[in-house]
Design a binder for this molecule. Structure first.
Ligand SMILES: [Zn+2]
Length: 281
């Protein structure tokens, strides 16, 4: 995206940067699987993707964006069981934490492509998917000190059913969790009243925010200009600057995003609960 070619990198500087603690805010679950991880998954499910590391390197030489998508989908097809999902999540967390000193990561995951609700012969229940990523998250935090959070992604190419299903996965998990939290709170209030020992709470309470931003609501001609930008590996610098600027404005002007910022600051009252009129609980 930039025309400037950096000079020879100072190895001391590289080591310094490598050692800095980091937050990774945009990392794709399957897309960030290293050759080592893909090789293990390919060995579990022999077929299209080579498990030999040298052959894998060749397999990962992208010719263009369409080819990148083809390779990506072949790797997606290797994640077949909840054990695969757990392995992938835990190992991605291990590599982020141990090779890049990442302390906090927001992992973009696509539950729809693992659940495959319209394909009776493949896929896993959403409960098994959630349990696998949650189990990996807790284990990675315990073993490597990395904190993981999820961003559920909707695969646009699968259309509206994928959007509905993904929102359902997120909202239903959230409702179950809120219900469990309420039950424990009620139990503990009653136990406190009779001075009994309290039920231990293992996890922090979770607050959920749904933020929707898009170029659709922008005034013309910016709307048409931005919607016509292609998905590509290279954009001219001016377009990149424009996208960053527009994204910043959209977020600043989004009431839902402002609620999320207030939730992250731990402000108490920020809106209605999930599924109610507000978008933050
Ligand atoms: Zn992305």
């Amino acid at each position: 995206m930039t025309t400037e070619v950096p000079g020879a990198f100072d190895p001391q500087l590289e080591q310094f940067i490598r050692g800095l603690p980091k937050a990774e805010l945009h990392v794709h679950h399957v897309g960030s699987a290293s050759a080592r991880i893909v090789s293990e998954l390919a060995a579990r499910h022999p077929g299209t993707v080579p498990s030999d590391l040298e052959a894998l390197k060749k397999f990962f030489e992208f010719r263009d964006f369409a080819h990148f998508v083809e390779v990506y989908l072949a790797v997606v097809a290797l994640i077949r069981t909840d054990a695969d999902v757990r392995y992938l999540t835990y190992e991605v967390a291990r590599e982020l934490a141990t090779t890049q000193q990442v302390r906090y990561a927001e992992l973009t995951c696509t539950p729809y492509t693992s659940v495959l609700p319209d394909d009776p012969d493949h896929g896993i229940p959403i409960e098994a998917y959630t349990e696998a990523i949650e189990d990996a998250r807790l284990a990675a935090e315990r073993d490597f000190g990395i904190v993981l959070r999820w961003i559920y992604d909707i695969p646009g190419e699968s259309g509206l059913p994928a959007a509905d299903a993904t929102l359902d996965y997120a909202l239903n998990r959230q409702r179950e969790r809120e219900q469990a939290q309420t039950n424990i709170r009620t139990c503990n209030e009653r136990l406190t009243a009779c001075r009994a020992q309290l039920v231990p709470t293992f996890a922090q309470e979770i607050r959920t925010c749904f933020v929707e931003i898009s170029f659709e609501g922008m005034p013309s001609p910016a709307r048409e200009e931005l919607l016509s930008l292609p998905t590509t590996f290279s954009l001219p610098e001016a377009q990149v600057k424009r996208l960053i600027e527009v994204a910043g404005t959209l977020l600043r002007e989004s009431p839902d995003f402002q609620k999320l910022v207030r939730a992250l600051r731990n402000e108490k009252t920020i809106g209605a609960g999930a599924g109610e009129s507000g978008n933050c609980s």
